[in-house]
Ligand binder design. Sequence first.
Ligand code: ADE
Ligand code: ZN
Ligand code: ZN
Length: 259
Amino acid sequence: MRITLLVAAFLITTFTFASENDWGRTGHRATGEVAEQHLTKKAKAQVRELLNGMNLAFVSTYGDDIKSDPAYRKYNPWHYVNLEPGETKYTKEKANPKGDLVHAINHSIAVLKDKNATKEDKEFHLKLLVHFVGDLHQPLHAGRGEDKGGNDIQVRWFGDGSNLHRVWDSEMINDFDMSYTELAHNTDVLSKKEIRNIQQGSVLDWMYESKELANRVYDSVETGEKLGYQYMYEWFPVVHDQVQKGGLRLAGILNEIYK
Ligand code: ADE
Ligand code: ZN
Ligand code: ZN
């Protein structure tokens, strides 16, 4: 009996963490680390003070860590954004009233800009902002609601059971097997102009970009398909680009707030 309970506890823990790990720890941290490399001196000093000495990579997984605490349940829908089937435009009226990823990022930015917000509140929302800008660049976090951003699309990953969302959250990044610093320090060399171009636009523009990419990701598999090296070869470069883009945009947001 005790063994059964232990096994059940293990399975629940394993699958809970496996399915709710978002970009995965490595992806989130690499995004934070890329952003660190592009902060202005002023922004870096402000960030360091707000985070009591920690850096963006360190706090990037906080948004997932609080999911296990029922006190933070209201933030669960903030990790993704779905448009209704056939809908191509995001409107506040049709948005999830409980909040979504677009609201999450804009709200966190507003708190950081608010002169009347407490330091504690700013610290909390800076940690959330780092996490959510990462999530926005995992295309399936702007995927379709009917399959929960690919969570309901079962596939095989190197022979094991998985789903499309998980392949994009963590399977590819984990199988590439680089640390978050290695990933963040092996990024495309971009000119100042290219960086500025990536940083341009609004949170909504970036959401539409992810949604477009999500459509390509949906077309990249059939339900039940066996995925492995070939899928990695074709799509890991996209994951890598998305991590870099997320980091550059996060730096752009913070440099703008602390200019
Ligand atoms: N994670 C959980 N539900 C989701 C959804 N509907 N879309 C994207 N990611 C999700
Ligand atoms: Zn996810
Ligand atoms: Zn998340």
